[in-house]
Design a protein around this ligand. Structure first.
Ligand code: PXL
Length: 280
């Protein structure tokens, strides 16, 4: 199997383990040649630190993609994550058009919010722009908050059942026609995982639920899931690996007792990821 390549379109948050500082090491660790289009440079992510710097690179997104197109560079997948404005979503849409070829897998992690709220800085209309990007995707990886915002469905923090999850999956599928990996789904206090909608079928994957939640676990989940897909696993098998790995990283972080804003300790768990993917 020839080495797979991916173009990752995300910001660089200098401190806080999210977006490119998570995607790059995880994808590299599982053997994927990873190229990046940085969308912005921030001192930290926007989840809990005060007064972060923000250098907007919106104007660079399309020219980078055009340069790659002119160089005839090819990618097996394009993976978009946090985009900070409608203009960035539009630039990401153009970039995808420039760099995709016939078999390029488009994966969109529609980063908008968590726990029922938007991340700071997003306007109310932002989900409608993100929906347009999801409509270009083969696979989308929203959490429940994002899925509800995209589908215009009521958000339930807990106490929901499979019928509620399936209603959201069907709504979102009817709007996007994408395969959906809906993250952070939990029907009890022991297990947490993802609901998958693929080819008209719904299935679930779960791992141990940890008593604390941390910033940016969605970036870890999506990066690992794509890494597994590009290593030849099915979407469901990849979602299972991503769920197990994310749970393991959270467990380690709880043991480490670090500040929740600092993200999770995924670095020391990379050997386990390599074992999950049988890459040793
Ligand atoms: O983890 C998603 C993410 C990525 N990048 C930035 C963020 C967030 C979530 O808050 O603020 C800058």
């Amino acid at each position: 199997m020839s080495q797979k390549s991916i173009a990752a379109i995300h910001d660089i948050s200098g401190f806080g383990r999210c977006s490119l500082t998570v995607a790059l090491p995880l994808l590299s660790a599982v053997g994927i040649k990873t190229s990046v289009i940085p969308t912005a440079v921030l001192s930290t992510h926007t989840g809990g630190f005060k007064g972060n710097t923000f250098h907007d690179l919106t104007k660079d997104i399309e020219p980078i993609a055009l340069h790659w197109k002119n160089e005839n560079l090819k990618f097996d997948a394009v993976y978009t994550g946090y985009l900070c404005s409608p203009a960035q979503v539009n630039s990401a849409l153009s970039a995808i058009e420039h760099i995709k070829s016939e078999n390029t897998l488009i994966v969109v992690d529609p980063v908008i919010g968590d726990n029922g709220y938007s991340y700071s800085g997003f306007q109310r209309s932002f989900p409608s722009y993100m929906l347009r990007l999801c409509q270009k995707a083969d696979i989308i990886t929203p959490n429940l908050t994002e899925a509800c915002m995209l589908a215009g469905a009521p958000y339930k923090a807990s106490g929901y059942d499979a019928e509620y999850i399936e209603m959201i999956l069907l709504k979102l599928y009817s709007l996007t026609k994408a395969k959906i990996v809906l993250t952070g789904i939990s029907f009890d206090d022991k297990k947490i995982g993802a609901a998958i909608y693929e080819d008209g079928e719904i299935s679930y994957v779960f791992a141990d639920k940890m008593p604390k939640s941390y910033h940016s676990t969605g970036d870890i989940f999506a990066s690992v899931m794509i890494g597994a897909i590009l290593n030849g696993r099915s979407i469901k098998a990849s979602a299972q690996i991503a769920t197990n790995f994310t749970s393991l990283c959270i467990k380690q972080t709880i043991e480490d007792k670090t500040d929740a804003r600092f993200g999770v300790n995924f670095e020391t768990q990379i050997p386990n990821l390599i074992k999950y993917l049988e890459l040793t």
